[in-house]
Unconditional design. Structure first.
Length: 418
């Protein structure tokens, strides 16, 4: 009898150990203390619903995330689930590192609640869902009402020409500037938005795969960006600014304009009176159109995961109605679920600028060519270095455009050859 009891106890202990050792690794790459705490809260609900399962969350600072995660992967240290930016999806999916989520979506009760855009973008590579977008980041323009009034600007600018004039007026105020320029990591969006708006076209490539980046219109857009900086309409230090710096520059009242996604609204709304700022559609180019970038991020499963069904359960918890709405309220993305639009949180004036853009036929949301395997390196390395060189006068806007066109042409023609 004693032997049976001991054996039973050993079996129970071993089973308990096995359960405790079921650990999923989750990597977060667009980090802030607040969003990480939100992620922990949602993950806590998953752990409670799956006894014996623990989730190890690894948060990588965005400014260093691309290089740090690439180092992890090269060392064989891959996660089960990760927060996948749109610009990285092609790189990892085309190298066979991501698991197709199609078998799970075919059975998931909330697949029909996903917006068509969410499904389309999640299937950007080989028409296969290697990622499930949790939300969208659409650019609009924040503006400081008090600074504009102090500078004598009566109405928020509607065109790029009016934007330049308003930025000049604000920059004449002591210690103030027009535009919170993002010259550091993540700054490519601004160059793409205003390049396309000045060109009147958001086509990145011609039919033969050659890039349009060095065409006359795009070059004028790049010149416009460089001129804003050189004329002192943006802070001198903004050549190195990333997300945190530009948002702080706006809510501190250093500069009057900030083009950003809804994720910036969180920090701004916490630090500014709601009557002191607004969100407007991006200023339009000479042809009366604007081309705000629309980015997205989501959840992917690595094919090396030893616990794929459990990893899907984690993704489903994060992407399901409760988790998705809670997450997007904190990260500031426009939700990927149809049902989330009924939530009172998204019905207020604070989202008015973004919804106006979506409703305006002359505002054309633009997805950057993230399907290119080489795009992640272009965005997070080449574009930062060369745009900073252009702002500092080390190369001309035309030389910048030529370098971008050369790199992107090779990538596109390689893609076409496949």
């Amino acid at each position: 009898m004693k032997k049976l009891i001991v054996a039973a106890m050993m079996t129970a202990l071993m089973a308990g150990t096995a359960l405790a050792e079921t650990t999923l690794k989750l990597v977060e790459v667009i980090t802030s203390p607040e969003r990480t705490e939100t992620l922990k809260g949602i993950v806590g609900k998953f752990e409670a619903a799956n006894p014996g399962t623990k989730v190890e969350i690894i948060s990588l600072p965005w400014n260093e995330a691309f290089q740090k995660f690439a180092t992890m992967v090269s060392a064989g240290d891959t996660p089960d689930v990760m927060e996948m930016p749109d610009t990285w999806l092609s790189l990892y999916a085309n190298n066979g590192m991501l698991e197709s989520l199609e078998p799970y979506l075919a059975k998931w009760e909330y697949t029909s609640d996903l917006t068509p855009r969410a499904l389309d973008l999640g299937r950007d590579v080989n028409k296969t869902a290697y990622m499930l977008p949790y939300g969208f980041y659409l650019r609009a323009m924040f503006y400081n009402k008090k600074l504009l009034a102090e500078a004598g600007v009566k109405e928020p600018p509607k065109t790029m020409e009016e934007f330049t004039a308003a930025s000049e007026a604000v920059s004449k105020l002591p210690g103030k500037y027009g535009y919170c320029m993002r010259g550091g990591p993540g700054g490519l969006n601004g160059w793409m938005i205003f390049g396309a708006s000045m060109a009147g076209d958001n086509t990145y490539f011609r039919e033969d795969g050659t890039s349009t980046m060095n065409s006359e219109g795009w070059v004028k857009g790049f010149e416009w960006m460089v001129d804003l900086y050189k004329k002192g309409y943006a802070p001198k230090d903004s050549v190195n600014w990333g997300f945190n710096e530009i948002v702080a520059g706006f809510y501190s009242g250093t500069c009057a304009f900030l083009d950003q996604d809804p994720d910036a609204l969180i920090a701004i709304a916490e630090r500014m009176n709601k009557d002191d700022f607004g969100v407007m559609p991006l200023p339009k180019g000479p042809d009366g159109k604007s081309y705000p970038t629309i980015g997205y991020a989501g959840w992917s499963m690595f094919s090396t995961s030893q616990n794929k069904d459990l990893s899907w359960k984690l993704i489903a918890t994060l992407e399901g109605p409760e988790g998705n709405i809670e997450w997007n309220k904190r990260v500031g993305a426009l939700p990927a679920l149809k049902s989330a639009e009924k939530d009172p949180f998204y019905a207020g004036d604070q989202f008015k600028g973004w919804f106006e853009e979506l409703a305006d036929p002359n505002t054309v949301p633009t997805v950057m060519p993230t399907y290119l395997e080489e795009f992640a390196y272009f965005k997070d390395s080449i574009a930062i270095k060369t745009s900073q060189q252009a702002l500092l006068g080390e190369i001309t806007p035309k030389e910048l455009a030529d370098q971008w066109a050369e790199y992107l042409t090779k990538a596109q023609q390689k893609q076409l050859a496949k």
